[in-house]
Design a protein around this ligand. Structure first.
Ligand SMILES: Nc1ncnc2c1ncn2[C@@H]1O[C@H](COP(=O)(O)OP(=O)(O)OP(=O)(O)O)[C@@H](O)[C@H]1O
Ligand SMILES: [Mg+2]
Length: 337
């Protein structure tokens, strides 16, 4: 008789239409009963429309029939809220004191770095009025779903992404909403999206310390925040503002990342500090958190972002950042439960 694990293993081959992620990754296998050659599997119907349900049921059926010593297979559905399916080990927000310093870029790169290390990763774009994650990742697909839940869109390398941009009729449509409505959307992205089983959810915040960052900090059980800055910033002030906010909300600062730290001249390899002397150590000290990395101003990176190909970026500074970041994270077992 197949074990529960063997049944789940078989179901991990069934991909949910509209996202292309397996039933098991999305935590949609709710119950497995095996007895006397009879196998009964209950799946969540969350975010599945009628056609998707039929498809999933048929695929699950044929995957399970192949299991040894099974004479009868039943696949049925139960209603679950997205919240029941979501198991997000670490939610981490990327913030800064001001705009345009590379928050979205850092959030994107951190997600890509973790994904390359084999973690299951998602990005929640909490920048409702100026979303930029889909563009960097070249995603234009509309999220699937039904009235019971929304499915995120999977990036080329397998990162789950949810952004208001993907729900707008046109990518360039402007959002002119007030705070409460923005808060509602962020809440929906957390509660109504089927993220499933994720090791990390990176939250890209809009600039500053206003409504949206506040909503994220109040609503989401964040492990902590990452603060991004450039050498141009008035170091002490920016970190102090962000720190005050994080402290008020009782959220730890996990680390700081300096962006546009320097430029390497392609021919000589000479390092130029375009925006002035690095503020990395200073910032880290002020935030009482580690300096996780210093990213250069890299034309190749800018180009890949513009082309929606950020997932193809490789550099030594990026690798170092990814490693420092995952080392600064608590081990998986520490956060279980
Ligand atoms: N290190 C870098 N090298 C090259 N280009 C960069 C770098 N950092 C950021 N950029 C470019 O600068 C632009 C702004 O970056 P990004 O969108 O990440 O900033 P942001 O802080 O999220 O902005 P906002 O405050 O509007 O949300 C992007 O188009 C990105 O391609
Ligand atoms: Mg941004």
């Amino acid at each position: 008789m197949p074990s529960q694990e063997a049944v789940k293993e078989a179901l991990s081959e069934v991909l949910v239409p509209g996202i292309g992620r397996s039933l098991t990754r999305l935590n949609m296998v709710r119950a497995v009963e095996v007895a006397n050659g009879r196998l009964r599997v209950t799946l969540a119907s969350t975010a599945l429309d009628a056609a998707a349900k039929d498809w999933v049921q048929a695929k699950a059926h044929s995957a399970l029939e192949k299991l040894p010593d099974i004479e009868e297979v039943t696949v049925d559905f139960t209603d679950s809220s997205p919240q029941e399916l979501n198991h997000i080990h670490h939610a981490i927000a990327v913030m800064s004191g001001k705009g345009g310093v590379g928050k979205s870029l850092v959030a994107g790169l951190l997600a890509i770095g973790l994904n390359r290390q084999g973690y299951e990763v998602g990005i929640l774009d909490a920048d409702i009025t100026g979303p930029s994650i889909p563009k960097m990742f070249g995603i234009t697909t509309r999220p699937g779903g039904s009235d019971t839940g929304i499915l995120p869109v999977l990036s080329r390398s397998g990162i789950e992404v949810m952004s208001i941009n993907l729900l707008l009729p046109h990518e360039d449509d402007a959002i002119i909403w007030r705070g409460p409505l923005i808060g509602k959307v962020i809440q929906q992205f957390w509660q109504d999206v089927v993220w499933g089983e994720l090791d990390y959810l990176l939250v890209d915040l809009p600039p500053g310390t206003a409504d949206a960052p506040l909503t994220v900090m109040q609503l989401l059980p964040l492990l902590g925040v990452i603060i991004t800055f450039t050498p141009q910033d008035l170091a002490a002030m920016v970190v102090r503002k962000a720190m005050q906010m994080a402290q008020k909300m009782n959220i730890p600062i996990l680390g700081v990342v300096e962006n546009m730290s320097y430029l390497l001249l392609p021919d000589s390899g000479k390092r130029i500090e375009v925006f002035g002397r690095s503020k990395g150590e200073e910032m880290a000290m002020a935030a009482r958190a580690p300096l996780l990395g210093q990213l250069p101003l890299d034309p190749e990176l800018a180009k890949l972002c513009d082309e929606g190909e950020i997932e193809r970026y490789h550099s030594d500074a990026f690798t170092a950042l990814s490693q420092a970041f995952s080392q600064a994270m608590p081990r998986k077992a520490d956060s279980e439960g």
